[in-house]
Design a protein around this ligand. Structure first.
Ligand SMILES: [Ca+2]
Ligand SMILES: [Ca+2]
Length: 356
């Protein structure tokens, strides 16, 4: 074979490989799924939350904490720094309020992603753990919540080589947590393009405490939301590109043992757990191709799924809400309190509805 023939063959092989990878990615992102509407009653869009509310979690008294203004590679974002809001779901005005941030904290580069609350049983102090991406790096910020002043006191920044591409966390103590790494690489190009196209199970879950940091689970195509059962015995991890939620049992040494995997049929982002029923509420991307290749004329939709009786032989997976993107684009989280459903998005608005 001449040089030209060899080059032609090489180009043809690469084109076939590239085509196969794109086909695989389209399948993982449910690129051909049609978006429909399955709405709830009395929905209102929340004020001042127009540029992403990627993660939301609710305190026992109905105060929702909202991580706002995420900047994530490949996704539209505003130039404003990120913020933390609270919303009192007992107050019918549904008015989000921005939390006052401490002076000793770098607000300019604040880029909040997954969040988790921890209430210390010894004194009822409330701690907010925030995944932060200043300059697209990953670190965890630990704050103490001061309810009377609606402010946060910054306690510490946690960085570790195993916490290299963190998406979400679940706090299990005042300075310990589990975290998901959604990617293997830190480099933005490798992360956003090469890893996306290769789509290999290189994501993992890490346990962190001041005395021990270790990988506790691996093999995720894109590890995303993480949360815990009300009795604190089980950990739930979403694999967004595998359309599944994994259930683990926590061991004494904080290792995780796989119990089961539940198929969700949608791209699962963050997981919230109803403290009374133990139901999982998951914000999903019904067609994530439209999310990553954003076209305002053909927007990504939103979907909320509830998983009931997850520890039984037959967990029930039910769609509670879907929108075709004309109301809400790119839902990433859903949380309930007092008959209300609060839905947040990666870069769009936030919606609160009545549950039927
Ligand atoms: Ca979370
Ligand atoms: Ca997430």
């Amino acid at each position: 074979m001449g040089k030209l023939g060899f080059i032609s063959l090489l180009v043809a092989v690469l084109a076939v490989l590239f085509g196969e990878r794109v086909y695989n990615l389209r399948k993982r992102l449910l690129a051909t799924r049609e978006l429909v509407k399955n709405h709830l009653p009395n929905c209102v869009l929340l004020k001042d939350l127009e540029h992403g509310t990627e993660d939301i979690t609710i305190l026992g008294d109905g105060l929702a904490f909202i991580s706002a203004g995420l900047k994530y590679p490949g996704i539209p974002s505003s130039d404003e720094p990120g913020k933390i809001f609270v919303l009192d779901l007992k107050d019918s005005r549904m008015k989000p309020m921005e939390l006052r941030m401490p002076r000793n904290f770098d607000l300019e580069t604040f880029n909040p992603h997954g969040i988790s609350l921890y209430t210390d049983p010894s004194d009822d102090a409330v701690y907010l753990f925030v995944v932060n991406h200043p300059h697209h790096k990953s670190q965890i910020e630990v704050f103490k919540f001061v309810e009377e002043e609606l402010s946060l006191v910054h306690l510490k920044t946690i960085k570790h080589e195993l916490l290299h591409s963190v998406n979400d966390i679940v706090a299990v103590g005042v300075d310990s947590f589990y975290a998901t790494n959604d990617h293997y690489f830190e480099n933005q190009f490798l992360k956003s393009y090469v890893e996306m196209l290769l789509c290999q199970p290189w994501g993992n879950v890490v346990y962190y405490s001041p005395t021990e940091v270790k990988e506790v689970s691996q093999g995720y195509y894109f590890a995303n939301g993480i949360n815990m059962s009300p009795d604190k015995r089980h950990i739930y991890v979403a694999d967004v590109f595998d359309h599944t939620v994994h259930v683990f049992e926590r061991k004494e040494d904080n290792a995780l043992t796989r119990v089961k995997t539940v198929a969700v049929g949608s791209l699962v982002d963050n997981i919230e757990v109803d403290p009374e029923t133990g139901d999982l509420w998951v914000g999903c991307h019904p067609n994530a191709w439209k999310l990553f290749f954003f076209d305002p004329n053909d927007p990504a939709g939103s979907e909320v799924i509830r998983i009931q009786n997850i520890h039984s032989d037959k967990p029930q997976v039910t769609q509670v809400y879907e929108d075709d993107g004309h109301v809400l684009i790119g839902s990433s989280v859903a949380a309930t309190y007092g008959g209300k459903l609060l839905i947040g998005t990666v870069f769009h608005k936030a919606l609160v509805c009545d549950l039927k």
